[in-house]
Design a protein around this ligand. Structure first.
Ligand SMILES: Nc1ncnc2c1ncn2[C@@H]1O[C@H](COP(=O)(O)OP(=O)(O)OP(=O)(O)O)[C@@H](O)[C@H]1O
Ligand SMILES: [Mg+2]
Length: 405
């Protein structure tokens, strides 16, 4: 029995037609950028967007960007969205911007300043103006690379001195303002103080958001208002509990609804029941947004699934040795009819998953013979102490199935 009519509408990357409760934020953005748009080059707008997870920062910026690209994209103004989560160095951020602008990059031997120069030349040559969003920008201020974000902010200013035109407008998105403290003084003052705050969504607001997405994603008789209300009650912020845990997080709410719908389908049920919602709440993995998992290659997903299964098999232990994960991975590959990747490749995968904050590793204690790498799923942010592994396993299986068809 199909519960979904258009499953995509519940996925995180889906762009809804309207963004309830964010119309004002969108209007402010347009206002701050209006002069840059009307008289490109005259000013260098920089806007900071701050709000907790799932409060609509990314979706609002992307909406703004889509409108820019639709209206002016074939003229000389372009919007570019960079996810710093998966970049983490100024070099790869610049590379991403260049690629989105269709600039051909030499394969190697390219330094940061070469990259900046290339970008600058391209903008000049094509007479382009860009609005760049650095999403989750705090990743660029990770300890060793503190000064990199500062460099980027100064970069756009230097261009002005060279050419008399401001070619880059900037939107910086972050969950809190701490990244500002890591900037050096001149970058800090160049950045200015234009801030748009994203408040956690209340229960009523979450309800409205769920309702809008449910209408597009689910068959009309597959759910009723109570189902949405149940989720909104858990996911919405309120006076008593404020925005603790995942309250106020629309991504979490939508994920629970998606999972409840999945469970209903798996059950062969004709509708989503409260029991499905309860199950889904237990299985939700708020710590790791599904969109990050989706971006992993097939074999990284298979490898992560191996970590999850290996951990599940060792019930009460937080860590599992690399060797066991490798064995599990080989078995999983066999099950899926995939040729397993080599040992060294798996180390690469592990490093990548670690870099993304999805897994943690440490070396086994001195007591053990021969030190071995132990792996654990990172539990940052997981606010529901139920069975997150189960939820993660299910999501991964689902994504893998989709990759393979
Ligand atoms: N006002 C809204 N109307 C409809 N959908 C929304 C709204 N706000 C957020 N969403 C949806 O909720 C999910 C999370 O939103 P978004 O990714 O923008 O959050 P975020 O603030 O960027 O969170 P994070 O800090 O974790 O990146 C997305 O699927 C988005 O489409
Ligand atoms: Mg975001």
């Amino acid at each position: 029995m199909r519960i979904f009519k258009n499953e995509k509408a519940l996925r995180p990357e889906y762009m809804p037609e309207h963004l309830p409760y964010r119309e004002n934020h969108l209007r402010k953005l347009k206002l701050y950028f209006s002069q840059f748009i009307e008289e490109p080059g005259s000013i260098c707008p920089k806007v900071i967007m701050i709000g907790k997870t799932g409060t609509g920062k990314t979706v609002t910026a992307r909406k703004f960007g889509m409108e820019i690209n639709e209206k002016y994209g074939n003229k000389n103004l372009k919007y570019v969205h960079v996810y710093c989560y998966s970049k983490r160095t100024l070099f790869s951020v610049l590379k991403d911007i260049a690629q989105q602008l269709g600039v051909a990059l030499p394969k190697r031997g390219f330094s940061i300043s070469d990259m900046m120069q290339l970008l600058l030349d391209t903008l000049e040559e094509k007479n382009l103006y860009i609005i760049v969003t650095l999403d989750d920008v705090f990743h660029l201020t990770d300890v060793s690379e503190e000064e990199q974000l500062s460099d980027f902010i100064k970069f756009s200013e230097e261009m002005y001195h060279k050419t008399g035109k401001y070619r880059i407008g900037m939107i910086l998105i972050s969950q809190d303002s701490r990244f500002l403290e890591r900037l050096d003084r001149s970058a800090r003052s160049l950045l200015g103080n234009v801030k748009i705050e994203f408040e956690p969504y209340t229960k009523d607001q979450i309800y409205v958001i769920l309702e809008q997405r449910a209408r597009e994603a689910l068959r009309e008789d597959a759910y009723d208002d109570d189902i949405l209300q149940m989720i909104a009650d858990v996911a919405g912020a309120d006076e008593e509990r404020g925005a603790e845990g995942h309250r106020g997080d629309a991504r979490f709410a939508l994920d629970v609804l998606w999972q409840a719908a999945k469970l209903a389908e798996l059950d062969g049920s004709s509708r989503i029941t409260p029991e499905h919602v309860r199950e889904a709440l237990k299985h939700s993995v708020p710590g790791i947004p599904v969109e990050y998992l989706e971006g992993l290659s097939l074999h990284k997903k298979l490898f992560l699934l191996a970590i999850v299964r290996a951990l599940k098999a060792r019930k009460n232990q937080a860590y599992v040795p690399f060797g066991i994960v490798e064995e599990t991975y080989n078995i999983i590959c066999e099950q899926y009819g995939e040729r397993p990747r080599k040992h060294t490749q798996l180390w690469e995968y592990l490093r990548e998953l670690k870099r993304l904050g999805i897994v943690e590793t440490r070396l086994s204690g001195k007591g053990m013979r021969g030190r071995t790498t132990l792996i654990s799923i990172s539990t940052v942010n997981i606010s529901i102490p139920a069975e997150p592994l189960e939820g993660l396993e299910r999501i991964l299986e689902d994504l893998i199935r989709r990759d393979m068809t």
